[in-house]
Design a protein around this ligand. Structure first.
Ligand SMILES: [Ca+2]
Ligand SMILES: [Ca+2]
Length: 302
């Protein structure tokens, strides 16, 4: 899933929005190697040997403790870390935001729905965890990536343009995956067959800058090519749990990086939730991308 999100973000940056920003987020885990110390000149060699021996025992005990650590296999959700209680039972507790790694730049900052900038998503999740059970915590979500900024209001005509570009983009993402999927298995066999049909269709509008009129015309003319990409994206997001509904956090990997580039993102997804129950059902999702009711098919997302 992580690979997917990263891939989608790259494509979102390149295809969907102004190609001005290229943020490459890379996590580097640098293991620091201990520097061996030379014994001091004139130091008692026996003493040095005992110290080295003690050190070796310490390292052995630390390694042993690490291997026995019941937290090793205990998974905690974002914002929590594992600790053991007095009976050595692992439990998840809220992470102290100050224990989060310092961000390496503004690109790691995130904006909360409270319009507060957090240093990183780790800092955000840790803060949200501390508010668990409160009304404030319930309402707080990660809104978008990058520091909080002024986002223009989305006007009605702009809102109707959003699904035109988004549908085209989804179709192009899938075709690109298909083309690169020679041995990577990015798509399942069933998915490959479906995308193959789109890929081989001579009437397919190739990726590139297209006018909104052309996109609208293509959707009308080649409607069938858009059914699967819309379903596929829903399936990619509906993961925690897989239940046919998208929560705010399930939608976040798609929504958060888009908002700073596409100012209609928030309004579009808000209006997608037609019955206003805070979940976007597959039917609601398909409908806001212009897919007809009779073409909504749960089997397409598996
Ligand atoms: Ca779900
Ligand atoms: Ca809903």
């Amino acid at each position: 899933m992580k690979v997917w999100i990263f891939f989608l973000l790259c494509l979102a940056g390149n295809a969907m929005a102004a190609p001005t920003e290229e943020a490459v987020v890379e996590e580097l885990l640098i293991a620091e190697e201990p520097i061996a110390e030379e014994p001091e000149v004139g130091a008692n060699p026996v003493q040095v040997e005992i110290e080295e021996f003690d050190e070796a025992i310490d390292i052995f005990e630390e390694e042993q403790a690490f291997a026995d650590n019941p937290c090793l296999d205990h998974h905690c959700k974002k914002g929590k870390v594992c600790e053991v209680d007095e009976d050595n039972t692992p439990m998840c507790v809220c992470q102290d935001p100050s224990s989060c790694p310092a961000s390496e730049g503004e690109f790691e900052h995130v904006c909360g729905t409270n319009n507060v900038t957090y240093e990183s998503s780790c800092h955000f999740s840790a803060t949200k965890c501390a508010l668990e059970g409160t009304k404030k915590g319930h309402k707080l979500h990660l809104d978008y990536t990058g520091p909080c900024k002024y986002i223009d209001a989305c006007l009605d005509p702009e809102l109707s343009e959003f699904p035109l570009r988004m549908r085209d983009w989804l179709k192009n993402v899938l075709v690109t995956l298909y083309e690169r999927d020679v041995d990577n298995n990015l798509l399942t066999e069933k998915q490959k067959l479906r995308v193959k049909k789109i890929f081989e269709n001579e009437k397919r509008l190739t990726a590139g800058e297209h006018s909104l009129d052309l996109l609208a015309h293509d959707f009308e003319k080649n409607y069938n090519m858009y059914i699967f990409p819309v379903h596929w994206q829903f399936g990619q997001l509906d993961q925690h749990p897989v239940d046919g509904y998208l929560t705010h956090s399930e939608l976040s990997p798609l929504r958060a990086p888009l908002i700073p580039m596409e100012h209609c993102t928030t309004r579009f997804f808000e209006e997608c939730d037609a019955d206003n129950d805070k979940y976007i059902a597959l039917e609601e999702w398909s409908n806001c991308f212009g897919i007809k009711e009779q073409d909504v098919d749960k089997d397409l997302i598996v």
